[in-house]
Design a protein around this ligand. Structure first.
Ligand SMILES: Cc1ncc(COP(=O)(O)O)c(C=O)c1O
Length: 449
């Protein structure tokens, strides 16, 4: 191997990287996790901070006890840490939810006006979480993609012109969870603002992997709303983030109501709190917010530019190692000029994606994801699947399930792990019949070994 592995110190930051997992052979190997786009493992620092905090954990917001005051302070301070991390200015408010999906649902509820036919512009490359929540409340249209799956910016301009004053929001992923393509969000923001509209960035796949600036001196490039999930950035415990203009969110009625959301209530009158409290009904997830703040501190220590650099090198190396494997097709433009996060989607011709994923796990202890990645319309376009097939598949669930295999890297993955992946994929590709007959009807789980 000609590349030097990442400094082991990055691996040392992660809990569980040395865990052994069983193989179908009965042996066990150190697990390789290439499913970081779904969820990352936790930072050790996050787990340590949670354990350190646990003895102080107490009721939040209205308690006068010392522990309550501390709990409240850490929860509220974490908003500033989050805000600084994404360079959001003081005009914004940080609202905590459960995950990105809940954040999209919340924002769609908050922006909904039953008396107006407002338009949401989204794209063909979105995760379902940035598509389905808008559908029942708005007229929705999709900015198209080109033949390589990249966003068609000319179509964005056409649609901005077409819907102009009716557009409530343009909502676009910062990076695709299938192809890893990064969208030029600051240029898009400029364009969207020229039409007097606002931009929401789905940061679920971007924020953990690259530096991000919501507000800069160049205000026309500002991102108006941002959504992301802590569990994809080394901080489990169920926190999602919605950031947006406080003045605007203060003017929206809450979608969930109850304790914490109000200033004054009588039997026939409610005065809501300001945001963020107004939009965080019930007792909040303190541990989740502390975990996120802790993860951000560790990410800052490593440096987001550094992380981006490490992951770009890993991705380029992986592409170079797998692209010439016989029968293997990569479903994105892999040229160096393309700005991307650390995701590679592929298939091995003649063998179902779910079987490839299973073989990688059962034979080599490698975790990857396979399927449609909660972005069916994008996948259908990338795979060139006909609308006729889609219609047939809707009525006949036994028909072939299209999909891909996806590998996605975190800052702690290594070149040696990629070498094992490339070796495994080569072997699978050259011995397809053997592996298909072994795994096609395999009911055994790894618990049965
Ligand atoms: C691009 C993108 N957006 C949104 C989501 C939804 O995130 P969550 O599952 O944390 O709600 C995901 C999850 O994979 C994603 O990749």
């Amino acid at each position: 191997m000609s590349f030097k592995d990442n400094s082991p110190s990055y691996r040392d930051l992660i809990l569980g990287v040395n865990k052994k997992v069983p193989l179908i052979s009965g042996k066990s190997v150190t697990a390789i996790n290439f499913d970081n786009a779904a969820t990352t493992p936790p930072f050790k620092s996050v787990m340590e901070d949670i354990v350190d905090f646990a003895p102080w954990y107490s009721s939040i917001h209205r308690g006068e006890g010392f522990k309550s005051q501390l709990t409240t302070k850490l929860y509220e301070d974490s908003r500033n840490i989050v805000s600084e991390f994404v360079n959001a200015d003081f005009n914004n408010t940080v609202i905590y939810v459960k995950n990105s999906t809940e954040a999209f649902n919340k924002l769609s509820n908050l922006l909904y006006d039953p008396y107006k036919k407002n338009v949401i512009l989204t794209t063909d490359m979105e995760h379902h979480s940035n598509d389905l929540p808008w559908r029942d409340k708005f007229i929705i249209d999709y900015i198209s993609i080109d033949s390589t799956g990249r966003l068609n910016l000319e179509d964005l301009e056409v649609k901005l012109n077409k819907y102009n004053n009716y557009i409530k929001l343009v909502t676009i992923t910062g990076a695709s969870n299938i192809t890893g393509y990064k969208n030029p969000i600051y240029d898009i923001a400029k364009l969207v603002h020229r039409f007097g509209s606002q931009l929401l960035v789905d940061g679920a796949q971007l924020i953990p992997h690259a530096p991000f600036t919501m507000n800069s001196k160049n205000s026309e490039c500002n991102i108006d709303f941002l959504i992301f999930s802590a569990h994809k950035m080394y901080a489990p415990f169920g926190t999602g983030v919605l950031i947006g203009p406080k003045s605007m969110l203060d003017n929206c009625d809450p979608d969930l109501v109850g304790g914490g959301t109000v200033d004054i209530v009588t039997h026939d009158f409610i005065k809501w709190n300001e945001s963020p409290q107004k939009h965080e009904a019930g007792s909040p997830n303190v541990i989740g917010s502390i975990a996120l703040a802790s993860a951000i501190k560790t990410l800052n220590k490593i440096g987001m530019h550094n992380i981006e650099h490490i992951e770009k090198k890993l991705t380029a190396y992986a592409i170079s190692q797998i692209k010439n494997i016989p029968n293997l097709k990569i479903y994105c433009d892999t040229s160096k000029e393309i700005d991307r996060v650390s995701i590679i989607p592929f298939n091995i011709d003649g063998i179902h994606h779910s079987i490839v994923a299973k073989i990688l796990s059962y034979e080599w202890g490698i975790s990857v994801r396979s399927g449609c990645f909660c972005a069916h319309p994008y996948l259908v376009k990338l795979l060139n699947i006909s609308s006729e097939f889609v219609s047939n598949r809707i009525t006949n669930p036994d028909l072939y399930h299209p999909g891909m295999v996806r590998v996605s890297f975190g800052l702690y993955n290594t070149y040696s792990e990629i070498d094992i992946l490339a070796y495994a994929l080569n072997k699978i590709s050259l011995n397809r019949d053997y592996y298909i007959s072994k795994y096609e009807n395999m009911k055994k789980t790894l618990f049965d070994v």
